[in-house]
Ligand binder design. Sequence first.
Ligand SMILES: C[S@@+](CC[C@H](N)C(=O)[O-])C[C@H]1O[C@@H](n2cnc3c(N)ncnc32)[C@H](O)[C@@H]1O
Length: 402
Amino acid sequence: MVSYSAIKDKLKIEVERENNIGVAHLTHYFQNHINGVSQHYIEPATSYLKKISEDLNLVEEPQMQQLLPIQFDVPFPPPENYDFTFIDLFAGIGGFRIPTQELNGKCVFTSEFNYHAQRAYEINFGEVPFGDITKLDLNIVPKHDILMAGFPCQPFSISGKMKGFEDTRGTLIYNVLQIIELREPKVVLLENVKHLVHHDKGRTLKIILKHLEELGYKTSCEILNSSDFGVPQNRERIIIVGHKKKEFDFSKIKTIPKPILKGFLDKDVEFEYLNEPYTLIENPKTQTSGLIFIGYRNKTIRKAGVRPGTENLSRVHKQPNRIYSSDGLHPALPSQESSGRFWIYDNGKVRKLTINECYKIMGFPENFIKINNLSELYRQVGNSVCVPMVKEIMKEIKKQLL
Ligand SMILES: C[S@@+](CC[C@H](N)C(=O)[O-])C[C@H]1O[C@@H](n2cnc3c(N)ncnc32)[C@H](O)[C@@H]1O
């Protein structure tokens, strides 16, 4: 059996900065050659294969059938015998795909337009995502059982009174709704920041749920926290589940007691220590969230609306100045490294988390390959989704809805 890395080498498969449609078709074909979905990709995949054979001046043009079957020598190969299919929209670095493949799900379509995330995706899964969803002919999306999307949150500009999901035209959820209308997946799983609940005074969420209901889905939503799924991060996200017949019961999802950060920290590596004055507060308390605000960098504190003597409250200090104890949780990793990662107090010293620790507290397996520069890696992990949380949600979706 030919290995994916050998084919990748021979055909020089790599993510381009512009226009990946050919290589996306080819890798999607490779990933799906044993199921009917491959018919969906075969024509453009074959033309692309012909084109690169010419471009690379290969003596003999490889025939598609000679390349198959492929042994996927990547960290997260597709399952051989799968129980259900899914699509991964706004795929990022594959936080949905890892746990869903572990539960014997087969991914049949991926879309992600960020070059760096696409590279991370290809190296870990052996598939190049299709790019900008707003520019794709959605007929290339095959039929699937579960649609998954951690979509970016955008306001809708119209009144919300119009019929159909025209209200959302021009936003990314519009493209998601179009795919749902076209392919009628059994289950829809959407994820977003907790703030979606309050976004545009609650209208954004209301409109999304209304449109899903118009498409025939019963919906339920819940705020879940990563810290209830075995990782020491206070990261709250809204999860929306839709199904044609049944309402998903969130109460059946298994949670576990919150761990603390200390057990997840690296040993014997180089740390980025704080080398300026800071203050530790007396008697730090564990907040209901599980965070322990233990001190702050000696920078000026907020003045407006701050009562004297309240310096020991975390909200008085700007985020990059706060220090949290490793005996508690870590705040939600931000998607922009430049907005300031948090400082933690561990072993009598103040430092930042290493990139490895960040992937650990998001629940990524050790064998996940981290490519790209550091600030890209921080951005990608902060944008991603907590892997063990998705796994527990998916276990229940499999039990209740498939
Ligand atoms: C919140 S992140 C989701 C991350 C993902 N759940 C993961 O596990 O890494 C949203 C992703 O959508 C991507 N994105 C935004 N607009 C897009 C578009 N028009 N087409 C495709 N991807 C898009 C971004 O690059 C980003 O990676």
